[in-house]
Design a protein around this ligand. Structure first.
Ligand code: MCA
Ligand code: AMP
Length: 504
């Protein structure tokens, strides 16, 4: 099934129905019906076509949430153009890697964001593009699409260092949307509050695709702002909310009476992208009267497992596999472990990406691996470590890689370490994640450095090079880094990080 076939019961079948409400740039909100969304995306598709984009070409976007991201997504789906989402917090260094690898014809962004782009990268201003599109004919372009047509290249690092583009097809997104809708009872009666960034698959894959599949009402906001979140919940009265744990921690600050009233209007709160601490689960239940439903996904595989909608939502677990998804947990010997034993999770199903963009080596390692016990061809190696209970609930216990997840955003220590090593005065660097009540984890840098190194100037420089969530929250000077005989840094042997002012 192509995504257009998934969307048409909404785009064609519910033309008069209000699809989306969003913030108007000058203040207040505006809304569009499914029919209007269909026509706008047809016009934009016609413009993109006239600018030279056709099936298989890449088009990037680097934008915070706004209606034009939806227009662009649907227009690209209609053309078979591959969308390359770029985190709007990224700086030039981070963007350069993606644009040089994906080679998009252009990246749609704002005039304010353009200075962050590498010289020579083709940038299209979103406002100019959409104003021009309004004058185009509203005929839907005719393009052959099917489940195997690539829909997006989403950059992630999997279990290793450098960021790679996961090729997600129409079929991946469609299968995931249908599984999500059926698992969580999402129907056209729902009101979905979309506060997750659309440049990641949590917001784009689960949020946008499921909304278009079921044809419910969506309120799109630029981003989750903790200070105004309660007002938004009260005025919009969503039945459905998807968030990362940091959002739920922020929502615990809402006064009890307001939280109770918000909970009464809601049907379902879903959490994912990072572990939801059991105490947040319990505090949220006490305040809002809802058990958050926790699920587990990955950029490369969309959703893998979910606690049940009806049935026990077990804190600390991510539930059984999603419909049509199989999960195996293998030990070091490549054999399936017994119940309650720990191993690595491997996933197979219509949700699993086609591979990594122009990276046959990485694709082979992730999707066509051989273990000591035999071939795992077609199974995706997640790098996540976990176990399964006798009644089928999966608990994640860690990762093979040293990935840090902060506020739901992924941080690859190697990227920060490499930048640190480029700085004068830094001789060795190791970056690790330390627990943080609000963001789950935050990065800390351990440095072997010249005594004269100016840490304030170093951090100021990092801020010009990296997205804000990657900036180390602390620097620890050490005489040497603990290493194995082969020279690999043993991060678990680094001295503990003690926050300034905290009791040792
Ligand atoms: C934060 N900032 C943002 C956003 N979030 N800017 C633009 N868009 C956003 N969505 C910036 C702020 O401007 C600020 O930058 C800094 O980040 C911290 O903001 P703060 O207000 O302190 O935010 P917070 O209360 O800590 O909340 C942060 C957040 C954000 C809203 C929870 O971390 C977030 O949106 N996380 C979602 C990430 C996500 O969608 N991950 C899914 C990956 P400055 O410091 O410069 O002022 S996909 C995935 O993992 C798989 C598939 C899965 O399982 O889902
Ligand atoms: P990403 O590369 O952004 O798609 O991040 C995927 C990773 O997020 C997974 O491999 C897991 O390690 C982690 N993750 C996603 N959902 C959960 C969850 N509910 N609990 C713990 N970790 C999660």
């Amino acid at each position: 099934m192509s995504l257009l076939e998934l969307y048409d019961p909404s785009l064609m079948g519910r033309r008069e129905r209000v699809a989306i409400e969003y913030d108007r740039p000058g203040g207040g909100t505006a809304s569009l019906t499914f029919g209007e969304l269909d026509a706008r995306s047809n016009r934009l598709a016609q413009l993109l076509k006239s600018r030279g984009l056709s099936r298989g070409d890449r088009l990037g976007f680097c934008l915070v949430n706004r209606i034009e991201v939806i227009d662009l997504w649907i227009a690209c789906v209609k053309l078979g153009v591959i969308v390359v989402p770029i985190n709007a917090l990224y700086k030039e260094r981070e963007i350069r890697h993606i644009t040089s690898d994906a080679e998009p014809l252009a990246v749609v962004t704002t005039a304010a964001q353009m200075p962050a782009f590498p010289t020579g990268a083709a940038c299209w201003d979103v406002d100019t593009l959409c104003a021009e599109a309004a004058a185009m004919p509203a005929d839907r372009p005719s393009v052959e699409l099917d489940a195997s047509t690539p829909a997006a290249l989403v950059y992630t690092s999997g279990t290793t260092g450098a960021s790679k583009g996961a090729v997600l097809t129409h079929g991946n997104f469609a299968a995931n949307a249908l599984a999500v809708a059926s698992c969580w009872n999402i129907t056209s009666d729902d009101r979905y509050l979309a506060a997750l960034p659309l440049f990641h698959v949590h917001g784009l894959g689960n949020g946008v695709q499921t909304w278009l599949a079921v044809g419910c009402h969506m309120r799109l906001v630029a981003r989750f702002e903790s200070a105004t979140a309660a007002d938004l919940f009260e005025s919009y009265r969503p039945t459905l909310f998807f968030g990362v744990p940091t959002m739920y921690v922020r929502l615990l600050d809402v006064p009890d009476d307001r939280a109770r009233a918000i909970g009464k209007n809601a049907r379902l709160f879903v959490s994912g992208s990072a572990p939801l601490p059991a105490q947040v689960h319990e505090a949220f239940r006490a305040k809002y009267g809802h058990m958050i439903l926790e699920r587990y996904g990955m950029t490369e595989t969309l959703m893998n497992a979910s606690n049940p909608y009806d049935g026990e939502r077990r804190p600390g677990t991510v539930g059984p596999p999603m419909p049509h998804v199989s999960i195996r947990i293998l030990g070091e010997d490549g054999r399936d472990v017994a119940d309650d034993e720990t191993g690595e999770l491997w996933v197979r199903g219509p949700n699993v990406c086609a591979g990594y963009w122009r990276r046959p080596d990485a694709t082979a390692a992730a999707l066509h691996a051989t273990t000591p016990a035999g071939s795992m061809d077609g199974w995706f190696r997640t790098g996540d470590i976990g176990k399964r209970s006798a009644d089928g609930y999966i608990t994640l216990e860690g990762r093979r890689s040293d990935l840090i997840i902060s506020g739901g955003f992924n941080i690859y220590p190697r990227e920060i370490e490499e930048l640190l090593l480029e700085q004068p005065g830094v001789r060795e660097a190791a970056v690790v994640g330390v627990p943080d009540r609000l963001r789950g984890e935050v990065p800390i840098a351990y440095l072997v450095a010249e005594p004269s190194l100016d840490e304030t100037a170093l951090l100021a420089h990092l801020r010009t090079q990296l997205a804000s969530f990657k900036i180390p929250r602390g620097i620890v000077r050490v005489d040497s880094l603990p290493r194995t005989a082969l020279g690999k840094v043993q991060k678990h042997l680094l001295p503990p990080f003690i926050q300034a002012g905290a009791a040792p």
